[in-house]
Design a protein around this ligand. Structure first.
Ligand SMILES: [Zn+2]
Length: 93
C-alpha cells in the first residue's frame, strides 16, 4: 500500500505515462480513496500543463527556480500534513 509521501515521487512518471503499470495501479487505488493526494495531483497536473506550454529552455531560470520551489513546498506541506494526520489517528485509537 502506498503512503501519501510515496505518491508524490510517482506523480511525474504517472502523468508522463511512463510509470510502471503495477505502481500505476497502486497509485490509482491510493488516489481513489485519498482526496488529499487527488487534489495534489490536479494541482500538479495543472502546473505541468501550464509549464508545458513552454519549451523548458524558454522558461527563464528564475521562473524555473520558483516553479521548482513551489512544487517542493507543496510536497513538503502535504507530507507534513500526512504525518500529522497519522499521528492524530494513532493517538485516538
Ligand atoms: Zn494520499
Amino acid at each position: 500500500m502506498l503512503r501519501c509521501r510515496d505518491t508524490m515521487s510517482l506523480l511525474h512518471d504517472y502523468l508522463e505515462g511512463t510509470l510502471d503499470p503495477d505502481l500505476r495501479r497502486q497509485l490509482d487505488e491510493h488516489l481513489a480513496d485519498c482526496p488529499g493526494c487527488l487534489g495534489f495531483l490536479n494541482t500538479y497536473r495543472h502546473t505541468v500543463s501550464v509549464a508545458g506550454d513552454f519549451r523548458s529552455e524558454d522558461i527563464p531560470a528564475e521562473l524555473r527556480r520558483k516553479l521548482r520551489s513551489f512544487i517542493k513546498q507543496k510536497i513538503e506541506k502535504r507530507s507534513l500534513l500526512a504525518r500529522l494526520r497519522g499521528k492524530l489517528r494513532g493517538s485516538s485509537s
